[in-house]
Design a protein around this ligand. Structure first.
Ligand SMILES: [Zn+2]
Length: 131
């Protein structure tokens, strides 16, 4: 198993010998110590399948889903999740199980990951910019 973190100190990329300033690249734990990689060569810490280091825009189909938490009675939470699933321009990607809330007996929480249609996001961002 390898450990990859953000490069804390300056160093030279193991692949291309480019000097990498602190926090600009990544560090991978190797048997002899830490190996520094520039932004083009190392694995990215916390990278997702959506594409490491890529600029995200509202046109990007692989947007990071938004996270929603619903809290209420089990029936309320189920109804809210179902409403979100049928909402226009929103794609529900993942629904967690219902977690019982110890501090509020009878109440549960559910986490939902959902994507908003990029075209709708673009419209909203344009309106926000005009404000
Ligand atoms: Zn490099």
């Amino acid at each position: 198993m390898t450990t990859t973190i953000v490069n804390q100190r300056g160093g030279t990329c193991a692949d291309c010998d480019t000097y990498v300033p602190a926090r600009a690249g990544t560090c991978t734990k190797a048997p002899g110590g830490w190996t520094v990689h520039c932004a083009d060569h190392g694995p990215k810490p916390g990278a997702t399948a959506a594409g490491p280091g890529r600029q995200r825009s509202t046109e990007d189909q692989e947007q990071e889903p938004a996270q929603i938490r619903y809290t209420g009675t089990p029936a309320q939470v189920t109804a809210l999740v179902e409403a979100l699933k049928t909402a226009p321009h929103i794609k529900v990607r993942q629904v967690s199980q219902q977690y019982e809330r110890r501090e509020e007996p009878g109440s549960v929480s559910v986490h939902v990951r959902a994507e908003v249609d990029p075209r709708l996001l673009a419209v909203i961002e344009r309106e926000e910019a005009e404000r």
